[in-house]
Design a binder for this molecule. Sequence first.
Ligand code: PMP
Length: 357
Amino acid sequence: MSRYWSAVVHGLTPYVPGEQPKLDNLVKLNTNEHPYGPSPRALEAIRAATSDALRLYPDPNCDALKAALAKRHGLQPNQIFVGNGSDEVLAHAFVALLKHERPLWFPDITYSFYPVYCGLYGVDHRTIPLADDYSIRVEDYLPQGDDHPGAIIFPNPNAPTGRLMALADVERIVASNPDAVVLIDEAYVDFGGDSAIGLVDRYPNLLVVHTFSKSRSLAGLRVGFAAGHASLIEALERVKNSFNSYPLDRLAIAGAVASVEDEAHFQESCRKVIATREALVAQLAVLGFDVLPSAANFIFARHPQHDGAELAAELRKRAIIVRHFKAPRIDQFLRITVGTDEQCKVLVDALREILGR
Ligand code: PMP
């Protein structure tokens, strides 16, 4: 605290990112990074971009990346917005598209950055409880008479539950709320869901946000994008150009373009994570864990006889870190990132020892 702080800063409750410990030899399963590296073509492109040209500013419009993403998703470049990680894309969306007189609706258990952006940008919001099985109930997001939202946001699959909403249900929410922007945060969709990007040509109120941090294994590069109607994208550009004209540096643009162009690497690396996830879910079930159905690169699991916080602490003693949230309804769960097969084996062996099996 300081008397020099603005009133806004006094009122903030900042997001707390998962730990990035500086220790080697940890089995790090806490921040949903991809266990295998990015496309070798992306690394090569980043190396090639490491040249004297770095003295020049990058392309403020990131035309090459927008063109690559538009081609990949069958859209026009003016339907794509890119940013410094999807967190930045989301932040701009909160100001540009989600802040209205009526409240923004999102689930009570979801990506914890949403309430933080509401705090930063003064967005009135309503949290809607998940169903008892931790799914998002479609009916809760349909207007009831005069009760309709200013905008809607949720991740699909949801975080930290990993539960997927069927695309037909996403479409029902979008179609039922023509007066509200519906933002679907698809950070994890490549691990088992159908993307709503294919719907953006039909719904001018739909914005879909993706990240390169998970399925493209480029969390360290900080690239995310949004796909939507050109007028929604224009709103994001207006905010971006009132904030930072050059959010993506030359290395990020080069690496991201090459990643998008390496479809084979992308498909294969997602497939491997999905296969490991299914094996991990089966092994945890044998140990007595309840595991929510996951379409993400993490799972959300609890043990009926063992406290979540204690399990996380015991794993930590064995140099394995997973994410535990001290929050109502989910404090018995562990959120475990799907690592390599070897990392998952170390995890399962440690849990077996902790549970005395
Ligand atoms: N959305 C969700 C649901 C996430 O879990 C994350 C990762 N913390 C993000 C967005 C942001 O990802 P990034 O900024 O790395 O693109």
